[in-house]
Design a protein around this ligand. Structure first.
Ligand code: ABN
Ligand code: CU
Length: 735
């Protein structure tokens, strides 16, 4: 029964686990295994003890606590992965397990970073740094939840809500990073609150957006200010704004003066309900009836799955990799190798979502502040869902858990946060000899899926890494959830959004993702080749282009650290290669091509916009720089390590990394790829968006001698049968 609440899937179910600091082993299974709940508890306790000795920090709020990964070469040596083609793996060295912690002193708002090492079952603080004034670590889940309470109990907010008929208990909000607002000192930990009314416990609150935007301090837990977006009016020359769309002047008015800024009539939230839970849809519309013509579709693997797990390490169809949860990047895949007829060939050291930003395109102040760095500001892992079997994940599933730190230093555990399974993915390859006595061969494509689903307030992101039998890796991003909406007045023009329901304005926006690729294609020293596909310039009738059909692929090896734009006209593409090994037939360097076509999108914000000031990765489709490892300043975060409340590009960010113009040929390099989608909302995206999908692929190119999946057997599935009783059965398709 679709309206049976018992089949609802859990939301972001998490469990707080105290963890036992005494349960910390002195060794670990794999050098890249994330900190366990016990380790998180032990690390935070060690920080507390250290601080107690120093005596100058009083009340601490833990924000992050995670593994500080060991140097690459040590990890590769420990795993027996060679550093160059044909080389023997290096001799294994000693790996010290380390952790990194960010925390706040809530009394004075200062931020701190600590690094710890694991000795004999004991974690010791080896460095404690007070971060520069105004540096703000990630916003925690607890702070986001507290934001709603702060807003709800504020008397001015209550008065504003009452004026449009909303009761205090009906006030809901999503805490968002401030985006950009010079009126608030960076030393205050501020959030903007996007406010909605909710008229029932599980009702879709986004159907009732409200017309004001409070700003709160997450440390002092007070409302600092309230902004009122102006409205659009029709004019003979098109829509105009009721007031100039800029920030009200500094110094900031007191909250009591907030009303002075509502220089327009108030707009009540739309009352009509738009729910997504079947029982509520039925309540809203007695005619609502879940469709009843869907027959069951089961995924069965009678002999079990074809992958093997050893802790966080997975082996499947020649692939081997380490899979980890990260509070910030969500899913992290490391040490990805392919066993090519007995030779273990390294491909990627690490793949992860390094950063993302969702800039909205409405200019009415304060809407331009809406550009969320969902991973750098909130953490993709901390926003991840506990997945449910048979619903989020179909078939035979293996789950991995994830853990992150609470304000108190305990571990918050998401039990089934990473889903691993196999899926049929259509045909892998096929050929029919069409001659009368010809034979044919069809091989079905099986893929291994490693996925995570994250709820970023209104939106859902589904992250799927797909591994295929032909050596292809695909990073698929699916977007679902509920549009970020704002109220519009009756008859108000809507030049920067779609009115998806009466008085519900879904602003245009982009979702832009920056994927970090740490390659090790047949070893650590790699290069990047950019290729442009061009018509041969020689004219018709010339000897080299007589019929005018000729086109060429021009290779341009990237020599020094750089960011490169996509060029649609030139079908631009890139491949990561190892110049020390050539393909036996093509003569080309062994490599992996980046497939960005399923994801490149031009950036709409101006180069000197608030967004691009903070997210310079948007300037290019591909960035290449040298890898720099080290406890401080490793090149992990393209918009900086500490993202909330930055106002310009931090020193430690992607556009600065490439300024050194160091050699990137045959070096240990990093490649950052920017993909995205421009979302002009459709009414059909309301109330919940059907998934929108984009892809970034990594395809072997001159890496394997031939199609590496020629040995995948063709199977004839005995459970497949004609759809209808009188349907024809088919002849054999494979051997
Ligand atoms: N998309 C902004 C956001 C993310 C997580 C939590 C709140 C808001
Ligand atoms: Cu969108």
């Amino acid at each position: 029964m679709a309206n049976d609440p018992s089949i609802e899937t859990p939301g972001t179910a998490t469990e707080t686990v105290k963890g036992s600091p005494d349960n910390v082993p002195s060794s670990f299974n794999h050098p890249l295994d994330p900190l366990t709940p016990d380790e998180i508890a032990a690390v935070s306790l060690a920080v507390r003890h250290h601080i107690a000795k120093e005596g100058n920090i009083k009340a601490i709020k833990f924000i992050t606590c995670y593994l500080l990964p060991p140097p690459k070469k040590l990890v590769l040596a420990a795993l027996g992965i060679p550093l160059a083609p044909g080389a023997k793996p290096e001799t294994a060295g000693t790996i010290v397990r380390k952790a990194e912690v960010d925390f706040l002193d809530v009394i004075n708002g200062h931020s701190y970073n600590a690094i710890l090492s694991l000795g004999d079952r004991v974690w010791t603080v080896t460095s404690l740094e007070k971060l520069a004034e105004g540096v703000q670590p990630q916003i925690s889940v607890e702070e986001l939840i507290a934001c709603e309470q702060v807003v709800r109990k504020d008397k001015y907010v209550q008065e504003l809500a009452a004026k449009v008929g909303v009761l205090p208990d009906q006030i809901c909000c999503d805490g968002w990073s401030i985006g950009y607002d010079e009126r608030f000192p960076q030393s205050r930990r501020v959030q903007q609150a996007l406010v909605f009314a909710r008229y029932g416990q599980h009702e879709n609150l986004y159907a009732h957006p409200m017309d004001f935007v409070p700003v709160i301090d997450a440390n002092t837990e007070e409302v600092l200010h309230i902004d009122f977006p102006p409205v659009w009016k029709s004019s003979p020359n098109g829509p105009v704004l009721s007031v100039k769309s800029t920030a009200p002047p500094t110094p900031l008015p007191k909250p009591g003066d907030a009303f002075a800024f509502a220089s327009r009539d108030r707009i009540p939230p739309p009352a009509r309900k738009f729910d997504f839970l079947p029982d509520l849809m039925k309540e809203n519309d007695p005619e609502f009836k879940p469709r009843d013509d869907i027959k069951p579709l089961h995924v069965v693997q009678p002999e079990g799955v074809s992958f093997k797990m050893n802790g966080h390490e997975l082996e499947w169809q020649n692939w081997k990799m380490h899979i980890a949860f990260s509070h910030r990047e969500g899913l992290v895949l490391s040490t990805i190798t392919y066993n090519d007829h007995g030779e273990v060939r390294p491909i990627f050291y690490r793949l992860s979502l390094a950063e993302m930003v969702v800039p909205y395109g409405a200019p009415e102040y304060p809407h331009p502040r809406k550009f969320a760095f969902d991973s750098g500001e909130y953490g993709m892992g901390t926003m991840a869902n506990e997945l449910s079997l048979g619903c989020d994940c179909l078939g035979q599933i293996h789950y991995l858990p994830g853990a992150f730190v609470s304000h108190a230093g305990t571990a918050i555990v998401i039990k089934n946060v990473i889903c691993i399974h196999e899926e049929d993915a259509g045909v892998l390859w096929k050929h029919t000899d069409y001659r009368p006595d010809g034979r044919s061969q069809t091989v079905r494509r099986r893929r291994l899926v490693v996925s995570m689903v994250c709820t970023l307030a209104n939106y859902e992101y589904i992250w799927n890494y797909h591994f295929y039998q032909d050596g292809t890796i695909e990073f698929e991003i699916r977007l679902s959830g509920i549009l970020q909406v704002y109220v519009s007045a009756d008859g108000e023009p809507n030049p920067h959004g779609t009115t998806v329901a009466p008085n519900v304005n879904a602003h245009y926006h982009q979702h832009l993702f920056c994927v970090r690729v740490d390659p090790m294609v047949d070893g650590l020293n790699n290069s990047v080749i950019e290729s442009d596909i061009l018509p041969l310039p020689e004219p018709m009738g010339s000897t080299t282009n007589f019929a005018g059909n000729a086109f060429i692929s021009i290779d341009n090896p990237l020599k020094t650290e750089t960011g490169r734009p996509y060029d649609f006209a030139k079908e631009r593409r890139w491949r990561i290669v190892n110049p020390s090994r050539k393909h036996y037939a093509s003569g080309k360097d062994v490599g992996y091509s980046l497939g960005v076509k399923g994801g490149v999108t031009p950036m709409m914000a101006k180069k000197d916009s608030w967004t691009v000031k903070r997210a310079s990765f948007l300037d290019n489709a591909v960035w290449v720089c040298k890898d720099v490892e080290g406890e401080k300043g490793s090149r992990m975060w393209p918009s900086g390590k500490y993202v909330p409340q930055t106002r310009e590009e931090p020193e430690d960010s992607i556009s600065k990394w490439v300024e050194g113009e160091e050699n990137i040929e045959n070096e240990d390099i990093l490649v950052y790829v920017v993909v995205g989608t421009t979302h002009i909302p459709r009414p059909e995206d309301w109330p919940v968006m059907p998934v929108e999908t984009l892809h970034l692929t990594f395809k072997p190119n001159s890496f394997f001698k031939v199609n590496p999946s020629m040995d995948v057997p063709g199977v004839k599935d005995p459970l497949s049968k004609p759809a209808f009783a009188n349907g024809a059965s088919s002849s054999g398709c494979c051997n």
